[in-house]
Design a binder for this molecule. Structure first.
Ligand code: 5AD
Ligand code: SF4
Length: 436
């Protein structure tokens, strides 16, 4: 029996989908990339913006037909929209077999076993093979939920308050992923750097994960600026496995907007934080999330966001049009006209693209190390995607000469064949002390 997974939304959801996929495989199912071959269709939904939810719902609507084409087919809907709108979903789509909200993802294995009328055993779990796309670079969820209450955000209400996995559980999962072939671990959490468990804080966890045998690279998403302590920065700078790349959502360049969003930092604090980090990690890349058109955003506020993009020189980022979410504090505020939001979105995106491309074109001629994830595709430590010309296999680390920089990817050719990881380390630490 085969299953097909469609994932909407953030990396947290991708990680949840991978985890659910592992449970389905433990029940003897095989993943397919073709919905027509599948007997189980899993839709992992997102509700962070209305658009994401609408897309998932229209897909679920179309599945009515998919289900009737072959007897015994099952549809499972999971994730944040399932949490937020369970009753509505069950009402509007009575043909669904299982709805699992984001807060109950950890009970998925039991529910799926019931649905499939199979029993999952530890022995069977050993046979679970991860899909190719998350083999070399694996996600590990370290916490769920969020204790912040940014006024636009639905996440705290659908995912609940923060719950942290224990250090042992996380390290165990890291070892499992490494045993399956992973070389790079990305730690996941809604405010990943607020992690705490017993006496452990995020910095200790980072170090612990980096020290697991076979882990060559460590990343994490998404940190909150408030928790980006000196201790975390020092750890990032000192521990060679931790990559010098950061996705640090800023949301706006205007202090007035940041206050109204309840982000708990000012533009100046954000800028001095990234300056400190760049000093500690020369060559660090920085990406961000920005929301345009939050209620009350004036032209002057918007200009401040544009000027922040120039000042912070982001390497890439995501610009979101504000989307009111029912039940959030900002939902009661008057929305800006949609055309204005569209216009600001366009302008912001154009500027970000320009800044990003300028930075990226400076990489032409450099020779970063690339961890190959798929045939001819890999990423640098700084998280640039690289298409590689030459013979490489997933899991290899190669030095690549960058020949061309495009909007989303770099092109490169292999330099001097493959080199060992030890060589990287030496050159890396030289680069990090500022000599490079
Ligand atoms: N409208 C638009 N963007 C949002 N985000 C979160 N909630 C909303 C919303 N209501 C964006 C933020 C966050 C990213 C994951 O999604 O920028 O960092
Ligand atoms: Fe949402 Fe803010 Fe929590 Fe991020 S920190 S998940 S934006 S409430």
């Amino acid at each position: 029996m085969k299953f097909y997974v469609r994932t909407y939304g953030c990396q947290m959801n991708v990680a949840d989908s991978n985890e659910m996929g592992r449970h389905l495989k433990a029940n003897g199912l095989v993943e397919t990339q073709d919905p027509e071959e599948a007997s189980v269709f899993l839709v992992n939904t997102c509700t962070v913006r209305q658009h994401a939810e609408d897309r998932a719902f229209s897909e679920i609507g179309r599945l009515r037909h998919w289900k009737t084409k072959r007897p015994g087919r099952k549809i499972v809907v999971t994730g944040c929209a399932a949490e937020r709108t369970r009753e509505y979903l069950e009402d509007r789509f009575p043909f669904l077999d299982l709805v699992v909200g984001a807060k109950s993802i950890e009970d998925f294995s039991q529910m799926a076993a019931q649905l499939l009328d199979r029993r999952e055993t530890d022995e069977e779990l050993d046979y679970a093979v991860p899909s190719a796309d998350d083999r070399i670079s694996a996600f590990v969820t370290i916490m769920r939920g969020c204790n912040y209450s940014c006024t636009y955000c639905i996440v705290p209400s659908v995912r609940g308050r923060e719950i942290y996995h224990s250090m042992e559980q996380i390290l165990g999962e890291v070892r499992d992923r490494v045993a399956e072939g992973a070389r790079e671990i990305t730690l996941l959490g809604q405010t990943v750097n607020s992690y705490r468990h017993g006496s452990y804080r995020f910095a200790e966890l980072l170090e612990g994960v980096a020290n697991v045998d076979g882990v060559d690279r460590v990343r994490f998403i998404s940190p909150h600026p408030y928790y980006m302590s000196d201790r975390v920065i020092e750890t990032m700078a000192e521990v060679p496995e931790i990559c010098e790349s950061l996705h640090l959502p800023v949301q706006s360049g205007s202090n007035k907007m940041l206050r109204q969003m309840m982000r708990n930092y000012t533009r100046e604090q954000y800028v001095s934080l990234i300056e400190k980090m760049r000093k500690a990690m020369p060559g660090m890349t920085l990406s961000t999330d920005i929301i345009v058109g939050f209620p009350g955003e004036t032209e002057a506020d918007f200009r401040l966001t544009l000027s922040l993009i120039e000042e912070a020189r982001f390497d890439w980022g995501f610009i979101f049009k504000y989307s009111p979410r029912e039940g959030t504090p900002a939902a009661s505020l008057e929305c800006l006209p949609q055309e204005l939001i569209e216009e600001r979105h366009r302008e912001c995106l154009e500027l970000l693209d320009r800044v990003a491309l300028e930075k990226r074109s400076k990489l032409v001629g450099t020779t970063p190390e690339v961890l190959v994830e798929e045939d001819n595709f890999g990423r640098t430590r700084t998280n640039h995607k690289v298409h590689i010309t030459g013979n490489v296999a997933p899991g290899e680390q190669v030095r690549v000469r960058i020949t061309n920089a495009q909007r989303a990817t770099l092109q490169g050719v292999i330099e001097n064949g493959n080199i060992t990881f030890e060589n990287f380390r030496e050159e890396d630490s030289r680069a990090r002390t500022g000599a490079g």
